[in-house]
Ligand binder design. Structure first.
Ligand code: DP6
Length: 320
């Protein structure tokens, strides 16, 4: 028997991944850039030497959908593998647009590789994590991480690349949770629908590489206005491909728009804050830590919960 436990943190894309160029290998149509967060975490333990596969979530048998996705991923990652026991828990809401699949697959990849005695090279692990969920390939590292779309058909050049560690820049994401519960249409299905039916999808792809280059420069020079501006622009372009898909993907709630207007008002008032949303209604606001309290206060009337999360570390293995 061997056992390994990994802890991974979600990441929020500053320049978004939306759309695939290869569904089977989970290769993205666009490059992206993210910030790994502290505070929220997934802790996953993988044990070998069991009689049959077993998947536990928060101490109980996982839902069939969750279990089969995790096990199908492990079949691809470790072909011919032995039965495994997987125990996973999040300290934040699952499947609600808070990037639980990113931390979940990053933690599972590292725990499974360690328990099975497979490669622990981070780039290798990132490629594997990508097969579970694209955004997971960025959670291998802390701080600011790029994911280049790559050009190779086999996906060998499509993985996370660290840009700047968590200590580089003390920004925060103020996360306004405006609705709880799982999202209506998952990311994979939403991306395919946007790619196949939105007339704006080609324009989205054409612009994305320049946005990543711009964001990377903004990170390097710690230019918040430049980073926030490109982040909002990337976000709204992504949502434009969702809104113009057929049938449309409208992840926003009235409170989502209220938060966006609040952020615009804060900015008009001199606070450097910019918003982003993923495939869900929550609004995440990027700002300096010194402005986090003011931003939280302004968002509070529209939110069920507010979390302030700073730059977090990459995946860690717990000592046995
Ligand atoms: C909107 O990584 O969940 O959060 O690869 O199909 O599992 P799959 O998608 P996933 O998509 C994340 C999309 C996003 C933007 C982003 O994180 O870059």
């Amino acid at each position: 028997m061997s056992q390994a436990t990994a802890i991974a943190h979600p990441n929020i894309a500053l320049v978004k991944y939306w759309g695939k160029r290869d569904l089977e290998r989970n290769l993205p149509a666009v490059s992206s850039l993210s910030l790994t967060l502290d505070g929220f975490a997934t802790r996953t333990t993988v044990t070998t030497g069991t009689a049959a596969d077993e998947v536990l979530q928060d101490g109980k048998a996982a839902s069939p959908g969750f279990a089969s996705r995790a096990l199908a991923f492990l079949d691809r990652m470790l072909p011919g593998r032995e039965p495994l026991r997987i125990e996973t828990a999040n300290n934040f809401p699952t499947g609600a647009g808070l990037a639980s699949s990113a931390s979940g697959f990053a933690a599972l990849t590292v725990a499974a590789a360690s328990a099975a005695g497979a490669s622990l090279d981070p780039t290798h692990l990132s490629r594997w994590a990508r097969l579970g969920s694209g955004s997971a390939c960025r959670s291998l590292w802390g701080g600011f991480v790029a994911w280049h779309r790559g050009v190779a058909d086999d996906g060998s050049d499509s993985h996370g690349v660290p840009v700047a560690g968590p200590g580089h820049w003390d920004l925060v994401m103020v996360v306004a949770v405006v609705a709880t519960g799982p999202k209506s249409v998952g990311s994979t299905e939403g991306m395919e629908r946007s790619r196949k039916t939105s007339p704006y999808f080609a324009a989205w792809v054409d612009n994305a590489e320049a946005d990543v280059a711009e964001a990377q420069e903004a990170v390097r020079s710690r230019d918040l206005e430049r980073l926030g501006t490109v982040m909002e622009h990337s976000t709204l372009k992504m949502h434009a491909t969702m809104h113009t898909a057929s049938p449309p993907l409208l992840y926003w709630q009235p409170a989502t728009l209220a938060c966006l207007q609040t952020v615009a008002a804060l900015r008009a008032d001199g606070t450097s804050a910019w918003a982003t949303m993923d495939a869900g209604p929550q609004v995440k606001v990027l700002c300096a830590r010194s402005d986090a309290e003011r931003v939280s206060q302004a968002l509070r009337p529209h939110a069920l919960q507010i979390h302030t999360l700073g730059p977090g570390p990459g995946v860690t293995l717990e000592a046995p």
